[in-house]
Each structure stands twice: as structure tokens, then as C-alpha cells.
Design a protein around this ligand. Structure first.
Ligand SMILES: Nc1nc2c(c(=O)[nH]1)N[C@H]1C(S)=C(S)[C@@H](COP(=O)(O)OP(=O)(O)OC[C@H]3O[C@@H](n4cnc5c(=O)[nH]c(N)nc54)[C@H](O)[C@@H]3O)O[C@H]1N2
Ligand SMILES: Nc1nc2c(c(=O)[nH]1)N[C@H]1C(S)=C(S)[C@@H](COP(=O)(O)OP(=O)(O)OC[C@H]3O[C@@H](n4cnc5c(=O)[nH]c(N)nc54)[C@H](O)[C@@H]3O)O[C@H]1N2
Ligand SMILES: [Mo]
Length: 762
């Protein structure tokens, strides 16, 4: 597919202004206009993240003040506008376009066709999707699920927007059906955080709350771009910086939102053009250099005798091996492997050593590497060495992506559930849950490749575009018997389908959800473990849409006609689903009552009381060797090999592309770009603006993506940045984080060649 390119619209020019400000407001209104939203849509914005409104589908950053004024941000507006759009991809649309023709369109174009309006089934003879009734759709799925030779031949994916209620029923159905094949977007996202933290502190979640942001004296932001992906977090960083809290940024790229910010909701910032400097120290390690950087910080703490010995003695184990490991690393190695000078690491360590309470935040720049688990454990080691957990203003803060991705895991969307969880489920519902682990995302693709998947069912998301190794993954999806997508908008996953295929359109979070006993609300859990209600406030995009819980219930009735579970009773009023959740999941006692209190309730986190339910009942310091350069990736003779990171632009929500601009990075009008250091440009004999092909290196051969424009950028030498999903074709399927299985989307070894003149981007 080629990107519509209007050369006049393309402009590469550094962005001189702070993040936020008037440009942010302008872009918000533009997004509304583009989606044909005027009065009611604009009012919908005012109700997001409020007590009686719906939870913003944008990101998982918590709400500051659920009772007061609206909390909106530019990218939240884009996410809501995308859902509230006046456009429709209805039966006339599908009658007009063959699937083959839709495949030639860009992701931006596909999503821009608007909301799906009724269930559709693929017709091979005409290569069109055609309308199908809900009853027929569910009987088809039920028949195929019942016909599968073994329940493990079905795979049930979840994206992180699914509510707690839908997620709970969904995993219950999947286990009653007989499999743990519940891959989810966490497998592509924060999986490494869960693996690392569970082993170390006995919970895979972050321990801090927004109140801790008010108390902390130092915030470290690793591998995260909140100006684009969690804009409301900039409000916290701004307030912290204003009261003198030190903010240290560790990121190979200079991200504008972490440098300077003008708050679109603060009159002074808007009227007088004032902006707040966010970072007190901005370090640019090389990609994957964080592990060595953290080693360096730990080394300083030991050398300066700056550890909290009392805390370490009382609450942790593993100090001696950690210390031994740190002692073996030389500053020369640390400098090479981090890409930072010793003085830079020491400057960061000094801020950390002097701060009485510190928070470490991190995002995809940390989790999507081969050594992600080791890096996060080093990060946690550094926090533990100074007792930065279980006290005010301190702790780990993995910043989650999708607005309910954390809640979905809490509800049991997990391919490796604990025995304790399954025991509770079995006791409550008289099941015999399968005990063998299921497939994560990468394993599910491998099973598809092997022809071992009869039914692939996706609760939201865009599996074909979010996953690595696009060419192989697309071929694998075509090996499935039946593919089913529960979706709000058209996306490429609908077009890269199994032998049979269904699209099931569902209600969005902003819409009314009427059931037998009245209008229903759902609940979500944010990145800081606050659980709260979310109720739609707008009429449905089409009268034919079903809610996600309704789809799960119909699925269960179709696939398990003999099930004794009260599916329809649950569906009649979601309070009953919440009562069922309260039976099984610790922390949800009196769920219905507590979630109706203003702001909801906070799930207990044992580490907040300095309890660590680990194998040894202590917080665990874990030693990790430094980065081992000789990974399985090949080197290419006579070629400069770069590490490529694949990131989000300012105008996208994961695979949903809203536009071709990345405002803060100064890139306008195109997405097929590669950001590169000017000296590397010169070393390769290229100039900014040249068109290149990108080739990734892996043991099983090279992968190629063509037609990328080079952009000179402040990025370390040897490193490149580009956008996903265009570059997913370069991420090898079996290049994953150790022990977490997350694709290494932020460290792909690649080389560049001149793009043959005249070649259209593919
Ligand atoms: N508007 C908007 N909001 C979103 C999303 C969206 O697409 N659009 N996506 C949502 C989701 S699902 C998620 S998970 C989050 C993602 O939010 P982020 O974690 O901010 O995701 P990325 O855009 O992938 O940015 C990763 C950052 O890591 C840096 N980085 C890359 N490699 C390294 C490294 O080796 N070390 C360090 N220290 N830094 C590195 C990059 O320069 C970049 O700044 O946002 C959520 N919110
Ligand atoms: N190369 C590379 N790949 C990546 C990443 C990266 O940084 N680099 N990041 C990874 C990360 S962090 C994540 S989380 C994944 C995201 O992977 P996914 O969660 O699978 O993808 P999304 O793009 O968020 O899904 C978008 C689709 O969700 C549907 N949708 C929207 N709202 C709803 C709803 O309310 N209900 C339902 N049922 N459907 C809805 C729409 O049809 C839309 O097309 O991508 C991963 N892939
Ligand atoms: Mo994510």
C-alpha cells in the first residue's frame, strides 16, 4: 500500500515551541471537525474522565480529580473523536469495495471510513463482506468452536480497551471452553514489567499513586514519550517541576514534551505564553543502554555508601550477588554499553542519591528489548537500594498503555494464570479449568503458521498490524479456519482473514449500553490501580451494535449450549457480573458498593505496606550481567549496522493512524521516515531527504521495508527511529524479550540502502 504523498504538504523542520499550548487546542478542534463532530461531540469531551461520564479510551494515566472540571488532552480528544465520528462503514460501503481493493488502502484510510454498523461475513465468491444476522454469526462461531478437535486449536486475543466486566466473562468462557489461549496486547507491551516485578516485589503492578507524585523529590522517566502518549502526565510533571522536584529523563531521543510544556488548561500558560522546563537532566543513552546506565547508578550508590542499609537489611535479599556483579563492571564498559559519559551517569546518580523519595516511570523504550526483564529488575534494584518503595513519594511506576490493559490482566486475561486464580474460579463456578499454559501473542502466531488454529477470535485490537513480522504474521492469519474480530472500526485485521471470517461491531465506551434491566456502566482499572465506573453518554453509532459483555454471553451460549452458568442473568445487570468478580478476585470485595463512591477505589498493593509476597517473602535484589552484544542477530559484512526503534507519532493511536504529522518531532506530511544522526548520514554518503530501503538482520534471513525518507535528528549515532506499524515487517517473530516474550520492537538490527529511484513505497 502506498502512502498518499503530497510533496507540498511535507515539511521537516524542528518544532521550536513547548509541548501543549495553542497548537494542541488547534489540533483538537481539527480532529473534531474531521470526524464531523460539532455540538454533542464537543460536549462528550467535557464528560470524559468525570464521575458520571466515561473513561477516556486514550490511555491508562489516572484521573486527577474525578469530581471537578474536565480533564481532557489533545490525544484524548482524538481518541474520543475517532469513536464518536459521524462517518459509517456500513453495508453499502462493503458492497462497494472488494476486500482485495480495501487491502490496497492505507491504515489511515481504512480507519477513516467510520464506525462499523452491523455484523458482516466474508463471501469468498465475490470477495466482499456481506451482512449477516447476529444469530447466524453466533451459530457459525459456535459450530466451528464445537467442531475443533481440541479446545487448544482456538485462540482468544484481547486488546486493552475491554472493560473489566467483558474481560471477566470472556476469560471465564474461554476456560469453561477448555483452553488458556488468551494472548493479549500486554504480550506486546508491558509483559516484561509484570514478569520482572512479580519476581522481585510479589506484584506485577506499579505501587505509586498520584499523591506520591505530589510528595516525590525526584522523578526518573525512562523510555517514555508522555507528551504524545500520556499527555495528562505532563500536568503532573509540570506541577512537580514547579515545586522543585528534579526530573531526570533517560531517552535516546529528545522528546519535546519532556523538555518544555505549556498547559492548555492553565490560563497563564496560554495567555502569556509561559512554559515550564520539565527535565532538570536529559540523558540520551544509546538504544538498550539503560541496563548499563542503571548498573552505573548502582555502582555510584555503593561507592558513595548511599544505600539505605536499614531498609536493605530488613526487607530485601540478594545484596551480595548484586554487589559482586556491580563490582565486576568497569566504567569503561558502562560508558560503551550505555552510550553515556561517566560524568552524566554520576550526575543522575547524585540527584537520585540526594533525593529522599524517588519515582521511576517507564514505558515501551524499556519493555521492548531482548534484555527488558533484566533492565526492569536493575531499575527495581536501584529503587530498593534506597528504600524507595512503600513510603510516600516513592516507588516503581510502569506507565501502562491501553486504558484498561491493567484491569484485563486483573480479571484473568492471561495465558499463564496462577493455580490459585484457577482454583478460585473453579470453586466459584464449578469448573475444571485447564491447567496447561496457553499461547502468548508470538506463540499464537507460530501456532497459526503451523496450521494449528481453527478459530481465532479477537476482542478488539488490530492483531495483523500490532504484531511483529508482518509478512509472516499475515500469512499465518490466512492459515486460520475462522477469524472473528469484535471491533468498532474497520482495520487491516479484517482484511487478512482466515478461510471464513466475521466482523462483529460493538458499542464504544462513550455510548449508552442498554440491557434487560436498564442502562449499564462498566468499570476499568487505571495504571495506578484505581478502579472506577465508566458509563456511556451518547446514543450508539448504529442500532445493530452489541456491547462486549453481550457478545461474550452470546458466544458462550453458542459454543457451550450445555453450560450451567447464568450467562443471561449476568448480562441483565452488570452489577451481577461485578458480584461474580468479587467472588473470585482479591481486592474486589463489596465491588458494587465501593466502585460507586466518588473516584472509585484503590486496589491493595502489598508493597505499599512493605509486604513482599515473593518466594522468600522479601523484596529481591536480582543481579544481571551487562548487555551481551553477541545476540542471535547476524552482522552484515561491510555494512553499517544500526539499532532501529519503532515508536508512535503524535497522530496515531497504536495502529490507528489519525494523520501524517508528528508535530513535536517536526515531521509533517509523511510517516515513512527514518530519523538518523547527521554524522551517520554523512558516513553513509546520504543526505537528509534521500529515500532508503531498510533491511533487518536475523538468523533466518533479512526482512525489507522500502521507501523511507531520511530525517536528520538528535539521536545517538548508530541508532535509528521510525514509526510502527509501517516497520513491523522488520521485527523478526522470534526476536523477543527474554522470559517475557515481548517482540523487540525497540531494538531491531538493520542496515540501509539507497532506494531505487522511482520505486513506490510498498
Ligand atoms: N496518543 C497515543 N497515546 C497512547 C498510545 C498511542 O499510540 N497514541 N499508545 C498507548 C499504548 S498501548 C502504550 S503501551 C503507550 C506507549 O507509550 P510510550 O511508552 O511513550 O511509547 P512509544 O511511542 O513507543 O515511545 C517509547 C519512547 O521510548 C524511547 N526509547 C526507545 N528505545 C529506548 C531505549 O532503549 N531506552 C530508553 N531509555 N528509551 C528508549 C523512545 O525514544 C520513545 O520516546 O501509550 C499509550 N497511549
Ligand atoms: N513495532 C511495534 N509494534 C507494536 C508496538 C511498538 O511500539 N512497536 N507497540 C505494541 C503495543 S504497546 C500494543 S499495546 C499493541 C496494540 O495492539 P492492539 O491493541 O491490538 O491494537 P490497537 O491499534 O490499539 O487496536 C485498534 C483497533 O481496536 C478497535 N477498537 C477500538 N475501540 C474499541 C472498543 O472499544 N472495543 C473493541 N472491541 N474494539 C475497539 C478498533 O477497531 C481499532 O481498529 O501494539 C504493539 N505493537
Ligand atoms: Mo501498549
Amino acid at each position: 500500500m502506498s502512502e498518499t504523498k503530497d510533496s507540498k504538504a511535507i515539511r521537516i523542520q524542528p518544532y521550536a515551541k513547548p509541548a501543549g499550548g495553542w497548537d494542541s487546542l488547534k489540533r483538537s478542534y481539527q480532529a473534531l471537525r474531521e470526524e464531523g463532530i460539532v455540538g454533542p461531540g464537543a460536549r462528550a469531551m467535557l464528560r470524559t474522565n468525570q464521575n458520571d461520564g466515561f473513561d477516556c479510551p486514550g490511555c491508562a494515566w489516572p484521573d486527577r480529580n474525578p469530581n471537578s472540571t474536565f480533564e481532557f488532552c489533545e490525544n484524548g480528544v482524538k481518541a474520543v473523536a475517532a469513536e464518536a465520528t459521524a462517518k459509517r462503514a456500513d453495508r453499502a460501503f462493503f458492497a462497494e469495495h472488494r476486500v482485495q481493493d480495501l487491502l490496497a488502502q492505507t491504515d489511515l484510510w481504512l480507519e477513516a471510513q467510520g464506525r462499523l454498523t452491523e455484523p458482516m461475513v466474508y463471501d469468498q465468491a465475490s470477495d466482499h463482506y456481506q451482512p449477516i444476522g447476529w444469530d447466524q454469526a453466533f451459530s457459525l462461531i459456535g459450530a466451528r468452536l464445537r467442531a475443533a478437535a481440541n479446545p487448544n486449536r482456538a485462540v482468544f486475543y484481547t486488546s486493552g480497551r475491554t472493560s473489566n466486566e467483558a474481560a471477566f466473562l470472556y476469560q471465564l468462557f474461554v476456560r469453561a471452553y477448555g483452553t488458556n489461549n488468551l494472548p493479549d496486547c500486554s504480550n506486546l507491551c508491558h509483559e516484561a514489567s509484570g514478569v520482572a516485578l512479580t519476581e522481585q516485589i510479589g506484584s506485577g503492578k506499579g505501587s505509586v499513586t498520584l499523591e506520591d507524585f505530589e510528595q516525590t523529590q525526584a522523578i526518573f522517566v525512562f523510555g517514555q514519550n508522555p507528551g504524545t502518549n500520556h499527555p495528562r502526565m505532563l500536568g503532573e510533571l509540570r506541577a512537580a517541576a514547579k515545586r522543585g522536584c528534579r526530573i531526570v529523563v533517560v531517552n535516546p531521543l529528545r522528546e519535546r514534551g519532556l523538555e518544555r510544556f505549556a498547559h492548555p488548561q492553565h490560563p497563564a500558560d496560554m495567555l502569556f505564553g509561559t512554559a515550564t522546563e520539565i527535565a532538570s537532566l536529559y540523558l540520551q543513552p544509546r538504544i538498550g543502554g539503560d541496563l548499563a546506565f542503571l548498573h552505573g547508578v548502582a555502582k555510584c550508590l555503593f561507592d558513595w555508601q548511599a544505600i539505605d542499609q536499614a531498609f536493605v537489611d530488613q526487607y530485601t535479599d540478594g545484596l551480595a550477588p548484586l554487589r559482586a556483579q556491580i563490582d565486576t563492571s568497569s566504567w569503561a564498559d558502562l560508558e560503551v554499553q550505555s552510550g553515556l559519559q561517566r560524568a552524566e551517569i554520576e550526575a543522575a546518580a547524585r540527584i537520585y542519591a540526594q533525593s529522599p523519595a524517588s519515582i521511576f516511570c517507564w514505558g515501551m523504550g524499556i519493555t521492548q528489548h531482548r534484555r527488558s526483564v533484566a533492565t526492569i529488575q536493575m531499575l527495581m534494584n536501584v529503587l530498593l537500594l534506597k528504600g524507595n518503595i512503600g513510603k510516600s513519594g516513592a516507588g516503581p511506576c510502569p506507565v501502562r498503555g491501553h486504558s484498561n490493559v491493567q484491569g484485563d490482566r486483573t480479571m484473568g486475561i492471561y495465558e499463564k494464570p496462577s493455580a490459585a486464580f484457577l482454583d478460585r474460579l473453579d470453586r466459584a463456578f464449578g469448573l475444571e479449568s485447564p491447567r496447561a499454559p496457553g499461547f502468548d501473542v508470538v506463540q499464537a502466531i507460530q501456532a497459526m503458521q503451523a496450521g494449528a488454529v481453527d478459530v481465532f477470535f479477537a476482542m478488539g485490537g488490530n492483531f495483523a498490524q500490532a504484531t511483529p513480522d508482518a509478512a509472516r504474521t499475515h500469512a499465518a492469519l490466512r492459515q486460520c479456519g475462522l477469524t472473528v474480530h469484535v471491533s468498532t472500526k474497520l482495520n487491516r485485521s479484517h482484511l487478512i482473514h482466515g478461510r471464513e471470517a466475521l466482523i462483529l461491531p460493538c458499542l464504544g465506551r462513550s455510548e449508552f449500553d442498554p440491557q434487560a434491566e436498564g442502562r449499564q456502566a462498566v468499570t476499568v482499572e487505571d495504571s495506578m490501580s484505581m478502579v472506577h465506573l465508566s458509563a456511556g453518554i451518547r446514543p450508539a453509532a448504529s442500532e445493530h451494535l452489541l456491547s462486549e459483555p453481550a457478545i461474550v454471553v452470546r458466544l458462550a451460549l453458542a459454543a457451550l449450549p450445555d453450560s450451567q452458568l447464568p450467562w443471561l442473568h449476568w448480562l441483565g445487570h452488570y452489577d451481577r457480573i461485578r458480584d461474580a468478580i468479587a467472588l473470585v478476585i482479591p481486592g474486589f470485595e463489596q465491588f458494587n458498593e465501593r466502585v460507586r463512591r466518588p473516584g472509585g477505589f484503590h486496589l491493595p498493593h502489598p508493597a505499599r505496606e512493605r509486604r513482599f509476597p515473593t518466594a522468600t517473602s522479601k523484596a529481591r535484589l536480582v543481579a544481571h550481567a551487562l548487555w551481551d552484544e553477541a545476540g542471535p542477530a547476524a552482522t552484515a559484512a561491510n555494512k553499517m549496522v544500526f539499532q532501529l526503534m519503532t515508536v508512535r507519532s503524535h497522530d496515531q493511536y497504536n495502529t490507528t493512524v489519525y494523520g501524517l504529522d508528528d508535530r513535536y518531532r517536526g515531521i509533517k506530511g509523511l510517516r515513512r521516515v527514518v530519523m538518523i544522526h547527521p554524522d551517520d548520514l554523512a558516513a553513509l554518503g546520504f543526505q537528509a531527504g534521500d529515500l532508503v530501503d531498510v533491511h533487518s538482520l536475523w538468523h533466518d534471513g533479512e526482512r525489507h521495508a522500502s521507501g523511507f525518507t531520511l530525517v536528520a535528528y538528535q539521536i545517538p549515532r548508530g541508532n535509528l527511529a521510525s514509526y510502527f506499524p509501517e516497520t513491523n515487517v522488520l521485527v523478526p517473530l522470534d526476536s523477543v524479550a527474554e522470559r517475557a516474550g515481548t517482540p523487540t520492537s525497540k531494538s531491531i538490527p538493520v542496515w540501509l540502502s539507497a532506494s531505487p529511484v522511482g520505486t513506490e513505497p510498498s
